[in-house]
Design a protein around this ligand. Sequence first.
Ligand code: ADP
Ligand code: MG
Length: 240
Amino acid sequence: MLEMEDIWAGYDEQPVVKGVSLKVQKHEKVVIMGPSGSGKSTLLKTAVLLVKPFKGRIYLDGEELTAENVDLRAARAKTGFVFQSYNLFPHLKVIDNITLPLRIVKGYTREEAIKKALEVLEEVNLRGFEEKYPLQLSGGQQQRVAIARALAMDPILLLLDEPTSALDPELKAEVLDTLKEVARRGIAMLAVTHELDFTKEIADRVIIMEDGAIVESGQAKEVLENPSTERTRKFLRLIQ
Ligand code: ADP
Ligand code: MG
């Protein structure tokens, strides 16, 4: 599904991801945790070449994204990306936020796009909100629209970057419930999150990053309940 091999990436020639290799298999849910600034967001963005790695290879669905002349738009269309800050278009209604990428990237007709948008809004429990503007919605509802927009593309891999960390506790729950539903559909996920209960419930594997490198990787239960380094133990105590 996704394979990253010895990835070095960063900004202005300064690496912030330093030799990371990871795989996400079909249907697998992988959660990345780690202190702020450890390179988690950069790693996620590198997975779909929103950040171009200095070194290393990336394969998505059997295609090498780091090869020359790759159609990155087509490759990215196989993935969905949900950011911490929703990233909806504020001047577009909910329905248009979802149909626009379908029309541009997938070439759907207006009717096809609307049909699909209504389906995914149903999935995130937001039928009836089509005509609202993002700022008329709560943060949790906006994030569920962002999830619906990602799902509308029928992605084989969903990338989530701290999807609930901007939300008040009472709004977190509704977004986490939506994501648990999505996880049950069998889609592969690579998610940065520090939500421990959510992680225990959905993750097949947990990866801990520190200073641009993977310091711990294993089954969620093992890593979370019995981490192998003192550093990880300290980090996990901080996020309890
Ligand atoms: P995390 O998501 O784990 O908090 P990031 O990948 O966002 O880590 O950041 C890793 C490092 O890269 C940090 O030192 C951050 O300041 C730096 N960084 C992130 N994005 C940019 C950017 N667009 N330009 C320059 N530096 C960046
Ligand atoms: Mg981040």
